[in-house]
Design a protein around this ligand. Structure first.
Ligand SMILES: Cc1cc2nc3c(=O)[nH]c(=O)nc-3n(C[C@H](O)[C@H](O)[C@H](O)COP(=O)(O)OP(=O)(O)OC[C@H]3O[C@@H](n4cnc5c(N)ncnc54)[C@H](O)[C@@H]3O)c2cc1C
Length: 815
């Protein structure tokens, strides 16, 4: 009987905490239970004392706030003040930039799935759809990736078309002559362009991402907007944005570039302005830019504006024909052809009016950049990453059917299926995250942490997809030339890893480092209060937050155990037969993530910044929870189609396994081994549940990639991928070979059976199809179709070769 009492008590405690029952009713219930236990006579007196003691330890501080403040909250506040290093201005700006969205729900440990599912699904306006089907398709058809690489530039007609059709004006509102497109439309456009040419996408991406237009829209004065935005929209101005320099890469805040407030001559008058000196590099569109957005540190040594001498980072617009500006030279970023190069300024004088937003915005450059980055980083690079995965899915699925070795299509080998599955599964998962995050921007969010997750995850997974696609294609992807549709993509993938926050830094420092403070339901408030602990009211406010925080932590611990034991079944979740178990699994891992995030912060405090590998694992767990959420959202947005069950299962098995792996890695390296072991038992009471997609699931995904293009599952995966029809183009030839070979499968089978069964003995070196026709195994239509299919296959198999003299460098040629 006693055991039953104790067991019920333990279960009751965990359930009450899991249900986040408010403290006082929970304590009252427990008190009644302990009284009943005592009256039953089943428990010895000493045990009752042992049980009442913890009850009192919790109840007394709750019931006596003065006692609690003095003995719990005040020491905790002092400890926090000592443990957490004060936030630097730059860090505070980074943390406060942007907004918290679904990441906040995951951080809280109890995501509200109904909320996620009720967000509107992405859709295109008629005008946006027409632009995608018209000018975007047209622009794709105008260029060849190989030729762009050879001339190291887009063709002049493509430049003219880009400007004339408003490709640089996607985010500029209509009232300033722009397109005013949604983030979703913007993302769809970049995705399609990138499936045609990375250079094309990069050229269009930059003016629509972090750059003068975005900065002007958000911070510019009305006069600046009226002047520049129509010119940018029409392509009369080509913008670029220059932050990075030789001494300031990842640590952009360390830039030595300066702007000194001084008087100088401007259009015949002496005006207050800035004398600028800078050295920047890697600036996209820089070599052809007419308008340079510049970040620099501002100084006022003569006190022309006020008391302070160091005013912080500011942003200005510099026409590139201003005297002293040196611009035009090019880098060759891994042989990519989009414009990229260094620039410098020597004693360049501009009036204060050239500051974005005017003189009120002096010193506010860093938060301005961070805010804009949250939006641009949610769209451009994720679109490129998803496009790489889609493109690789398309060509690899087709090629693995067209190419045969050992008498069978490559797609029939399990090793190839594994690679195909990683490409296809990732493509669907990445696209789900792309769609959800662009939708967040359309809902008015500026998702700082989610944009970092997307940037990291989608560019890393793009790198994985292209590596698998290269493997599947073997030598076909190695031999460079106009028929190689993968090599240039492979070459340029590290570019996307490096830009907009290089990936190691993004994973190790930014996602969790920023997320912990930004998305945690209590931490930022606690840190802020710790920073002003001496002020009146701070302790009382901290006391309230701390109580809530403790309840949150206890609740998450209980949920972790309960959902871990019950496989998440004890929670109410939405979903159908295919998705419900995944909602449950995400609930379980979200609770575990929230608990471990709290404990890591408690154990390490500010030191977590230096323990980058722990921070990275927390970042991974959060990222996989987000990707899994995005996959579920997409499946439900599309009405839970049956044909997407395998794609959904792959996406979730992948996300859950990777999230578990990250948490297990964190616990194996947790500061304090015994605590790590204890937590491992709490987080994985029945062991790890997810090991990644099974071989069977992989085979299903690989099979989807080999289906005809109108198959609904494949169509959803390839949506937005540019697919030229003409067999004169390498992708068109691949498409044609696949179609013809698929259509003549029955004839090919007949021929094979006749050859294997000994009905047909073509003489060595003769054409078996002709022999089959002569022997009546195939009729003339079948033989012709099979012949045409084999010719198409041969066109795909062929690679480029060059006469030696064609490869010799001409005088003055760079390579
Ligand atoms: C093709 C291209 C286009 C670009 N376009 C622009 C542009 O238009 N405008 C612009 O201003 N900039 C641009 N950049 C610059 C880009 O943003 C920087 O390259 C990037 O910020 C990284 O700086 P870095 O190359 O100097 O690398 P570094 O800062 O030297 O970093 C090297 C490596 O160290 C890692 N690292 C650095 N610090 C840490 C840390 N604390 N913890 C862990 N790892 C760390 C980084 O992740 C990276 O892997 C472009 C770059 C390229 C290559």
């Amino acid at each position: 009987m006693l055991l039953a009492w104790l067991l019920l008590l333990a279960v009751g405690l965990v359930v009450l905490a899991h249900l986040r029952t408010p403290a006082l009713p929970a304590l009252a219930l427990l008190a009644l239970y302990l009284i009943a236990m005592g009256l039953s006579g089943d428990a010895p007196g000493w045990l009752l004392v042992l049980l009442w003691l913890p009850w009192l330890t919790v109840a007394l501080p709750l019931l006596l706030p003065h006692l609690r403040r003095r003995h719990l909250s005040a020491p905790a506040l002092a400890w926090l003040g000592k443990t957490l290093p004060p936030l630097s201005g730059t860090e505070r700006n980074a943390i406060e930039a942007g907004s918290v969205w679904w990441d906040g729900e995951l951080f809280g440990g109890r995501p509200d799935w109904d909320k996620l599912l009720s967000y509107p699904k992405p859709s295109l306006a008629a005008e946006e759809q027409a632009f995608l089907e018209g000018p975007v398709e047209e622009l794709c058809a105008m260029v060849s990736d190989w030729e762009i690489g050879q001339r190291l530039d887009l063709p002049p007609e493509a430049w003219a078309f880009i400007k004339a059709q408003g490709f640089f004006a996607l985010i500029i509102p209509k009232e300033y002559g722009g397109k005013g497109f949604s983030a979703h439309a913007h993302s769809q456009i970049v995705t399609k362009l990138a499936t045609r040419s990375g250079d094309l996408a990069s050229t269009v991406m930059v003016p629509n991402s972090l750059g003068p237009a975005e900065l002007l829209l958000r911070y510019g004065s009305e006069a600046q907007r009226q002047h520049y935005l129509p010119r940018l929209a029409e392509g009369r101005e080509i913008p670029c944005f220059a932050l990075t320099g030789p001494y300031a890469g990842s640590d952009a805040g360390a830039m030595p570039d300066s702007g000194v407030i001084c008087r100088g001559p401007w259009q015949g008058e002496e005006v207050l302005g800035l004398r600028l000196n800078w050295e920047k590099r890697y600036i996209t569109l820089g070599p052809v830019a007419t308008l340079l957005g510049l970040a620099f540190k501002t100084y006022d040594p003569e006190h022309l504006l006020g008391d302070r001498e160091e005013l912080g980072i500011s942003l200005a617009l510099i026409p590139t024909d201003t005297p002293g500006v040196e611009i035009g030279r090019r880098h060759l970023p891994l042989d990519a052809a989009f414009m990229n190069g260094p620039n410098a300024g020597r004693d360049v004088f501009v009036p204060l009016d050239n500051l974005i937003g005017g003189r009120e915005m002096i010193g506010k450059g860093w938060p301005m950049l961070m805010e804009c980055l949250s939006v641009g980083r949610s769209i451009s690079l994720p679109a490129v990453g998803a496009s790489v995965a889609k493109g690789c899915s398309y060509v690899s699925g087709r090629y693995a059917r067209v190419r045969e070795q050992f008498g069978m299509p490559l797609a029939s080998f399990e090793g190839i299926q594994e690679a195909l599955a990683r490409i296809g599964g990732n493509a669907w998962l990445m696209d789900s995250a792309r769609l959800l995050t662009a939708q967040a921007v359309d809902l008015g969010e500026r998702p700082a942490v989610l944009s970092a997750i997307l940037k990291y995850q989608l560019t890393e997974r793009a790198r994985e997809c292209i590596a698998h696609a290269m493997d599947i294609h073997g030598g076909k992807a190695i031999a460079m030339g106009p028929n190689n549709y993968l090599a240039r993509l492979w070459q340029s993938t590290p570019i996307f890893i490096t830009v907009e926050g290089a990936n190691i830094l993004t994973r190790n420092l930014m996602i969790f480092g920023q997320g912990a403070v930004r998305c945690h339901p209590y931490l930022l408030r606690e840190m802020t209060l710790a920073g002003r602990a001496e002020q009146p009211g701070a302790l009382e406010e901290f006391d309230t937050v701390l109580l809530e925080h403790l309840g949150h932590a206890v609740g998450n611990a209980a949920s972790t155990l309960l959902l871990g034991l019950g496989g998440g079944r004890l929670d109410r979740t939405p979903g159908d037969a295919a998705s419900r178990r995944y909602f449950r699994a995400l609930n379980r891992l979200a609770a575990a993530f929230a608990l471990l995030a709290d404990l890591c912060l408690l154990r390490l405090g500010g030191d977590l910044k230096r323990r980058e590998r722990l921070s990275a694992r927390l970042a991974d767990a959060l990222s996989h929870l987000y990707l899994g959420s995005a996959a579920l959202k997409r499946y439900h947005d599309q009405g839970c189609p049956r044909e997407q069950h395998a794609l959904l299962a792959w996406a979730l098995e992948e996300s859950l396994a990777r999230a578990e792996e990250a948490l297990a890695g964190l616990l194996a390296n947790f500061p304090g081994r015994p605590l790590g072991l204890l937590l491992h038992a709490l987080v994985f009471p029945l062991g790890r549940r997810h090991r990644g997609p099974s071989d069977r699931l992989d085979a299903q995904i690989a099979e989807i990639l080999g289906r005809p293009e109108d198959d609904p599952a494949l169509a959803s995966l390839l949506d937005g991928c540019y697919r030229p029809q003409s067999p004169d183009q390498p992708l068109g030839a691949l498409r044609q070979a696949f179609k013809r070979l698929t259509a003549s499968q029955a004839s090919a089978r007949k021929l094979r059976t006749a050859l294997r069964g000994g009905q047909l003995h073509p003489a060595p070196g003769t054409d078996p199809i002709a022999a089959a026709l002569a022997a009546g195994v195939l009729d003339s239509a079948e033989a012709a179709a099979l012949q045409a299919a084999e010719e198409a296959r041969r066109r795909v198999i062929d690679v480029d070769d060059f006469a030696p003299e064609a490869l010799r460098l001409h005088e003055g040629q760079v390579r």
